[in-house]
Design a protein around this ligand. Structure first.
Ligand SMILES: [Zn+2]
Length: 284
């Protein structure tokens, strides 16, 4: 199945307690678009809001109607990226007084009136509980939500259906990300509802794959550096041999996140150059 799947359903009913409405924002980074989830019974909690496409709110309304549900009791957000929070204004126009929460962390320019939500502060909804789990790495403010009634996990952008996630160089941190994956591994999870792509019914295998993928990438990068200090563009050329040059920008971001992690672990050092990109070298 292609990552940007044009046939990805606009709405879905994966379980009695969970409904899914697509944010209608397909793209390279979002796949078929951002999944938003309604969780509970007649007055469900909404997880994420899409990027703010005008057609989204009517789609949400249609789905609520179809299930005989009233309206979202509140909104909880996984993290600050536009494709998750961009729909807040439209939802507030449609549902006056709607309460919106996220973890407030290094946030500037958030819409007004978003309240702070913290790890472990359970959100009680209509027939469902969401337990926020702090999982930094893709974003420094990222919360996953555990649904004990189903032993299910809403992973936001930490685990995706059909792609690996990007660790942005500004606000991401691969060392934190690996710790977040290990924390998720320790939970009793039977199903993952990702923010992009289809439901994942083998969560432990998928999380293990994610961890192994990063380990493999790390070994490849260390292998390149073992031949001598290298700049990021040269590492990209050697590691991403089969990847189209158009994607080398994203690949460079990934290599940089690996190098920063290795630097934090004291395994590589950065040699800053006067008129060229830094060179990275193995320590010892
Ligand atoms: Zn994101």
């Amino acid at each position: 199945m292609p990552w940007i799947d044009p046939d990805f359903p606009k709405t879905a009913t994966p379980s009695d307690l969970v409904g899914r409405v697509l944010g209608l924002n397909p793209g390279m980074m979002t796949g078929p678009g951002t999944n938003t989830y309604l969780v509970g019974r007649r007055d469900p909690i909404l997880i994420d809001t899409g990027i703010g496409v005008p057609e989204y709110v009517p789609a949400l309304d249609g789905y609520l109607h179809e299930r005989g549900w009233r309206q979202p009791s509140r909104v909880v957000l996984t993290h600050r990226h536009r494709d998750h929070i961009g729909g807040v204004a439209h939802l507030r126009e449609r549902f006056g007084g709607l309460r919106v929460s996220k973890m407030i962390h290094r946030d500037a320019g958030l819409p007004d009136g978003i309240d702070d939500l913290r790890d472990g502060h359970d959100v009680h909804g209509d027939g469902a509980t969401l337990v926020p789990i702090y999982t930094p790495g893709h974003a420094s403010d990222h919360l996953c939500y555990y649904l004990p009634e189903e032993k299910a996990l809403f992973t936001g952008d930490v685990v995706l259906g059909g792609s690996t996630t990007v660790i942005p160089s500004d606000d991401g941190d691969l060392l934190d990300y690996m710790a977040s994956l290990r924390r998720l591994q320790s939970l009793d999870v039977r199903r993952i509802y990702p923010a992009h792509g289809p439901v994942i019914d083998d969560p432990q295998a998928r999380i293990a794959e994610y961890i192994e993928h990063r380990h493999q990438r790390e070994r490849q990068i260390l292998d390149v550096l073992s031949a001598g200090p290298s700049a990021i563009p040269d590492v990209v050329k050697r590691v991403y041999v089969d990847v189209a040059p158009a994607l080398h920008g994203i690949a460079a971001m990934s290599v940089e996140s690996h190098l920063k992690k290795l630097k934090r672990e004291g395994r590589v050092r950065e040699e800053v150059q006067r008129d060229a990109p830094s060179r990275w070298a193995l320590v010892g």
